[in-house]
Every structure is written in C-alpha cells, then in structure tokens.
Ligand binder design. Structure first.
Ligand SMILES: [Zn+2]
Ligand SMILES: [Zn+2]
Ligand SMILES: [Zn+2]
Length: 257
C-alpha cells in the first residue's frame, strides 16, 4: 500500500496570493487555501518527498512528518526548492544526511542557491542542512526504498522537468508539454496528478482544458489537477470537470496498492 498526500496544490505565489482581494483569495473554503506544490509519498516506514517547496516547513508541521528518507526534485524553480534549508531538523533527528535526487540542472541551482550546505562557502558548522545529492536523469532509480520512474517533460520552451511514477500513480507538475516517449510511461495508471494552472493560456503550464485533453489521451482511472492559480475557485470550478477529474487540494490523500 502506497499513500500519497498532496502537501501543496498551489501555484508559485501560493493561494491566497499576497495583496490580492479576488474571490478565491478571500474565500473561506479551506480548499481555496493552497500552499506551494509538493507531494508526500509513503510506503510502510518509508517517506519520500517530492520537492522542498517554499512552504515546506508549514507542510511538515501540518502533516506531522517526523522522518524523510529522500527528497526527489522535479526542477529548480524557487517554489519547488525554497524550503531546502528547513531540512536541517531531519538530519539532526536521524543523525544522517537527507538523501536528495535531482537532475543536473536542478543540482547546480541547489548548489548555487544554498552553497553553505555543499561546502562551497564557509559554513557555520553543524547548523547547515546535511544532505547527500544524487544526480539522476531519465533512468528509473530507487529513493528511500521506493522504485521511481522519471517522466521527462518540458516546462516552457527550454526547461527540462521530471514527473515521477510510483507504481500505478504518476505526478506530473510544472509542465506544458509531455513528449510521446513519456506518454508511453504513463500507460495503465490508476491515478494521474497533473499540472492544471487555470483556464486561461500560460506559457509554461498546462491550462485546465489542455490537461483535460491529455487526460483523455492517457486515460488514468482518476486524475487530479494541481499547481492551481487563484483564478480557480474550488467549489465553482469543480462542477465544470468530467467525473474522473477533480481539483487537488492541500491535505488530499490518495491510496494505491
Ligand atoms: Zn511550480
Ligand atoms: Zn487572488
Ligand atoms: Zn516551475
């Protein structure tokens, strides 16, 4: 049994967005409160996290996460790496470095953004994040005891990002293009969690109509949209989706065999 928890379903600004008074940002529906995009994957005693979002600390507190066996990064945008420094207490608690898995571009941005954790500038000793960084590409790998299949995708015209598949569940955030070869890796899914920013076009994210078209093609049993912007009001916009598609929300738990 694998258990997936949506830690954050919000776009890079988070929802509510600061200095915004729109209907979603002022909504009292808890599903309209979206921390930055991240996913927790648990199997037996193993805990793997996808990305250390800008809201990482709050997400760990909200979900009472006591141990992290591995962090797998999708890409280097700040909303996905910003919480990195708050990995510190996990290494203090376990007495060993946190295992990180990231593509080469993501790895180099982690090193340049947090140089003190990689011995690249003078550090303050034990109070820096203790991590072991493993560079990955598109080959399957094992992280925190879990078998992981990368799903290579594009995010805007230039940037490479990885989605990830764990058994019959796949997580594909921050993308507006999934190449043919990657679509083949998404066959036979029970659950697909996929980028669905908003209804209006965007240069680096799938819109909801684009995601729905792709879901028709991939045919997972159930799909959830994530990385949702403040133009989307949960209760109102949920009514516009087909029966096998729903908007993700913070705290959503998905279980799979
Ligand atoms: Zn993002
Ligand atoms: Zn707003
Ligand atoms: Zn991004």
């Amino acid at each position: 049994m694998m258990r997936f928890t949506v830690l954050g379903s919000g776009t890079s600004t988070g929802v509510p967005t600061v200095a915004c008074e729109c209907p979603t940002c002022t909504s009292s529906d808890s599903r309209d409160k979206r921390l930055r995009t991240s996913l927790l994957v648990q199997q037996a005693t193993q805990t793997v996290l996808i990305d250390t979002s800008s809201d990482f600390r709050q997400q760990m507190l909200n979900n009472n996460v006591l141990e992290i066996d591995a962090v797998i990064y999708t890409h280097h945008h700040f909303d996905h790496i910003g919480g990195f420094d708050d990995l510190r207490p996990y290494a203090f608690r376990s007495g060993r470095p946190v295992e990180l898995f990231a593509m080469s571009e993501t790895s180099s941005v982690l090193r340049s953004t947090f140089p003190y954790a990689f011995g690249l500038v003078e550090s303050t000793g034990a109070s820096v994040p203790s991590v072991t960084l493993h560079e990955i590409d598109s080959e399957p790998f094992i992280a925190g005891g879990l078998q992981v299949t990368p799903i290579p995708m594009r995010h805007g015209r230039q940037l490479r990002v990885n989605g990830y598949r764990f058994g019959s569940v796949a997580y594909c955030t921050d993308t507006n293009h999934i190449p043919e070869a990657s679509l083949e890796l998404l066959q036979g899914l029970d659950v697909l969690i996929i980028d669905g920013l908003r209804w209006e076009p965007h240069p680096t994210h799938f819109t909801i109509p684009e995601s729905l078209a792709l879901i028709e093609l991939i045919r997972p049993k159930q799909a959830y949209l994530t990385h949702i912007a403040h133009q989307v009001l949960h209760a109102r916009d949920s009514l516009l989706l087909p029966p096998n598609v729903a908007l993700a929300y913070d705290g959503l738990v998905i279980e799979s065999d």
